[in-house]
Write a protein that binds this ligand. Sequence first.
Ligand SMILES: [Zn+2]
Ligand SMILES: [Zn+2]
Length: 86
Amino acid sequence: MSDQCIICQKEVPDYEPEMCCSGQECACLGRPIEPCVCSQECDKAAHDYIGLPFDERRKRAGIKLNGGIEKLEVKDDSSERNLFTG
Ligand SMILES: [Zn+2]
Ligand SMILES: [Zn+2]
């Protein structure tokens, strides 16, 4: 069983959907309990931005299409100090 990550659309070869039941007379509607995600990052994005389209969640989390994290620009190495001074 393989599927694609709902966030970045990367193949997830070892995804095994955990089903609640067949969906009859149940609120789960026969859908997997856990969404198919390829990584912890995508899993986090899926849960952090509930209500937004998956593509939007991916962008907000800085995840590239097909996996990988966008390189966020690091301005300097003393950023912690700047937060609390001034
Ligand atoms: Zn992913
Ligand atoms: Zn069910």
